[in-house]
Design a protein around this ligand. Structure first.
Ligand code: NAD
Ligand code: MG
Length: 389
């Protein structure tokens, strides 16, 4: 017997980015399972218009209000509603026109729409890790209160989530978060001091947006992911181990109390965790290339180099101390990455900016949401002043 399940109505917040466009490929391949109801972007009107004409959503939102007219005119012959501005992102997140939000905006900007969606009872497929880094306690608490599932899209967290299926009564001893090591694996500070934007943007295994590519090169990405894992899986800091695994075949592992370790594996392709999150609890047949272990017969593992990649040390400090420290770290990092991408500061200076900002902005052990917003603002202006942005 075949049962027909209803189509899931998807809202992609950040549809023009790396995750957003790959999600649309997954949806296009499964029109019987998913429909696109909301598409949003910041300023990339051209891509947004093309996506809207192809997928015919109910609503599009362009964050940058100066692009409203262009988008509105381009979609004039359709029934697609067009909104613009930061507030509109939140308003649409609360609307009763979709079932699942794919949170794929990059950075702090994703926090408010995601929190609004949780409050509106929407299922969240979470790519935007910064949301949990900034205000993980409030996000998870609200999700519990609203009975909203948060399904990770980040490949490591999707791996852990997949390892935990069927294990809900079995406590986790620890998780092993794998890291490719990024484009500068094995390099030392004397090399990194001269690294430029173009070089840092070249990731060996993944093709991603600019911000996460730089975060992968500095290992801040892995630091953010440790904090993301703490909140998603309710872990103590000492239960989270980072392991360098340059081939990116094992996407992460869970060790249980009997010492048994489960891993989730596959070729590095974000479409798989995106598809898994959208289709959960089902798996969908696809034609993505398969991992052939006869070709990957040399999986290697190593300790991260904490002397060179000090961002990881800073992230562990934020993980251990809690409060608003991860929020401060994230804000300073967003400013530092922005400055590095514009050739305003060097590669290693990014870590200095983050470290000094973490020292200077006042620590709050149990911030309210409002205080998280304030800490973010304070950290941004401190970091920007330091760089003279
Ligand atoms: P990206 O830069 O390619 O895309 C970002 C999207 O967010 C774009 O649609 C952009 O228009 C939108 N956006 C940016 N700033 C905005 C703002 N101020 N207001 C509203 N919208 C805004 O980024 P990405 O690589 O797709 O990453 C998205 C998120 O997913 C990040 O949090 C990243 O850490 C996470 N993630 C990405 C990957 C990957 O492979 N790309 C893997 C794991 C996790
Ligand atoms: Mg990841």
């Amino acid at each position: 017997m075949s049962s027909v399940s209803p189509t899931k109505r998807i809202a992609i917040f950040g549809s023009t980015g790396s995750i957003g466009t790959q999600a649309l490929e997954v949806i296009a391949a499964n029109p019987d399972k998913f429909s696109v109801e909301v598409l949003t972007c910041n300023g990339n009107d051209e891509v947004l218009i093309r996506q809207a004409l192809q997928f015919n959503p109910n609503i599009v939102v362009v964050g940058d209000e100066t692009k409203y007219k262009i988008v509105k005119e381009a979609l004039a012959s359709t029934t697609i509603k067009v909104f613009a501005g930061e507030k509109a992102l939140e308003e649409v997140a609360a609307m009763d026109v979709y079932d699942i939000m794919l949170a794929a905006i990059v950075g702090y900007a994703g926090l408010k729409p995601t929190l609004t969606a949780i409050n509106a009872g929407k299922v969240i497929a979470l790519a935007n890790k910064e949301t949990l880094v900034v205000a993980g306690d409030i996000i998870m608490q609200t999700a519990i209160e609203k009975r909203v599932p948060i399904i990770p899209v980040d490949s490591e967290h999707s791996a852990i989530f997949q390892c935990l299926v069927g294990e809900m009564r079995n406590p986790i001893e620890k998780i092993i978060l794998t890291a490719s090591g990024g484009p500068f694996l094995g390099r030392k500070t004397n090399y990194l001091v001269n690294v430029k934007r173009e070089h840092a943007l070249q990731h060996p295994n993944w093709n991603m947006g600019a911000k996460i590519s730089i975060d992968s090169a500095t290992l801040m990405n892995k630091g953010l992911e440790m904090i993301e894992a703490k909140w998603l899986f309710n872990l103590r800091p000492d239960q989270i181990q980072v392991l360098i695994h340059p081939q990116s075949i094992i996407h992460s592992m869970v060790q249980f109390e009997d010492g048994s370790i489960k891993a989730q594996m596959g070729l590095p392709d974000m479409k798989l965790p995106i598809q898994y999150a959208l289709a959960f609890p089902k798996r969908i047949k696809n034609s993505f290339p398969r991992c052939d272990f006869r070709k990957f017969n040399n999986l290697t593992f190593d300790e991260p180099d904490l002397r060179t990649f000090r961002n990881l040390v800073l992230a562990v400090e934020a993980l251990n101390k809690g409060g608003n420290l991860a929020c401060i770290m994230n804000a300073a990092n967003e400013i530092a990455v922005y400055a590095f991408l514009r050739n305003k500061i060097g590669f290693l200076e990014m870590t200095d900016v983050v470290e000094k900002t973490m020292e200077k902005v006042s620590f709050l052990p149990k911030p309210s949401l409002e205080q998280y917003y304030e800490s973010d603002g304070e950290a941004r202006s401190f970091a920007a002043d330091m760089i003279k942005l």
